[in-house]
Structures are given as structure tokens and as C-alpha cells.
Design a protein. Structure first.
Length: 214
């Protein structure tokens, strides 16, 4: 089975403007417009973190009817005043079906998605949730060369580390081992009853910054 790698980290928000401003204030860099996911009723902005890695800010498209299924990344659970947050991440595989079959956690069915000229396969739970409260990644396989991040504006950002905090750290570590994840990801324990969260440490032109939840 091929190893998996960090593909992108995802900030969710009830509306895109709030999410973009949260990232701009945290990292000191303005994201660039991505596009729309018609099937999910969502749209995004993006920041390049490397040749094959990016940061995504995603939110529902205002005024568009809800899709006939739950939106991904837990977006339907966000109230209108919910703060933007680093909510989950996505791991890239060269064989998503093999990685999903080997995974120790259920990440959802593999589905075909499209945005503009890009298309890919991705795991999406049927209820639109983020597995393990977001510290479990979605799996993705792009049908594109080069990686979409290579076409984004280079703002001098790079991911230093992704820290996953969860009350069941052994379960999270088993998941990462099962998909043979390679990359700067660490797992730390939390007391039972404390909500899971993530912290991304990012090099920026203004120094090292940390992106997490407010």
C-alpha cells in the first residue's frame, strides 16, 4: 500500500469572509480565491503551503439551496455565529481505495468530487461529520498533475508541524500507522471529556505562527 502524506489542512467557517479574515489575521497573509463545489453547496479560498500542500478555508455558499445530502467537513453543524476554526485535515494517497480499506477507522465512502477543472476522489462520511472530532483525516486522491497547490501563489508559507490532540491518542496513532502516514504529524493526549483539536505551526514571512481554534 502506498504511504499517505498531508495534502491540506482545513479551516471551516459559517461564511467565507469570516474564515478568510481569521486566517489573514493569524498568518498575516491574504488567501486567494478557490472556487465552488456545486455538489456540496460550498466554496473556498486557498493558501499554498508547498508544492503539494495547501490550506483551505471552506464555507457554505450563501443563498444556495442545501444539497440533497449533508455537506462535508461538518459544515451543517455550524451556527451562523460559530467562530472559524482549524477543524480537520486531508491526507493524500496514490491508491485511495487501498488506504481506506487499510484504515483502522471508518472515514466514509470514497466519492467523486469536482471544482472547476479539478476532479478527485475523497472519503466523506454519509452524515457529513469529521471522524474522531476532526483529528482523523479525510483521504484524497487527485486526478491531476502537477498537484493543485503548485498553481497557487507562493506567499512564503510552509507547514512546520501538525499537532493532533485527542482523549484517545492510541486510537489516533493506530489510524496514522494504518494509512502509513509520512509527514510532521504528532499526537498528544487530552483528559477524557475534553474536546479534540489540532494546531498547525506554519512558517510565514512574519515568523512562525500557530493556527488552531479561537
Amino acid at each position: 500500500m502506498p504511504a499517505c502524506h498531508i495534502d491540506h489542512i482545513t479551516v471551516t467557517a459559517p461564511n467565507l469572509e469570516v474564515g478568510v479574515e481569521f486566517v489573514r489575521q493569524t498568518l498575516g497573509v491574504s488567501p486567494q480565491q478557490g472556487g465552488e463545489h456545486a455538489r456540496m453547496g460550498t466554496h473556498n479560498f486557498l493558501l499554498r503551503l508547498g508544492d503539494a500542500m495547501f490550506l483551505e478555508i471552506i464555507a457554505p455558499i450563501p443563498g444556495v439551496p442545501a444539497p440533497d445530502r449533508p455537506r462535508w467537513f461538518g459544515l451543517d453543524s455550524l451556527g451562523p455565529d460559530a467562530p472559524p476554526s482549524l477543524s480537520t485535515w486531508v491526507a493524500r494517497s496514490a491508491d485511495i481505495h487501498a488506504s481506506a480499506a487499510a484504515c483502522s477507522e471508518a472515514l466514509g465512502p470514497v466519492e467523486q468530487m469536482r471544482r472547476g477543472t479539478l476532479d478527485w476522489l475523497i472519503t466523506i462520511p454519509a452524515d457529513g461529520s469529521v471522524p474522531l472530532d476532526g483529528v482523523a483525516p479525510a483521504l484524497i486522491q487527485w486526478h491531476a498533475e502537477p498537484h493543485p497547490a503548485a498553481g497557487l501563489r507562493d506567499c512564503g508559507l510552509s507547514l512546520v508541524a501538525l499537532e493532533l490532540f485527542h482523549p484517545e491518542p492510541d486510537r489516533v496513532r493506530a489510524l496514522l500507522e494504518s494509512i502509513e502516514l509520512e509527514g510532521p504529524v504528532s499526537v498528544s493526549p487530552l483528559p477524557k471529556g475534553v474536546g479534540a483539536y489540532m494546531v498547525a505551526t506554519i512558517n510565514t514571512p512574519g515568523g512562525v505562527r500557530k493556527l488552531s481554534r479561537p
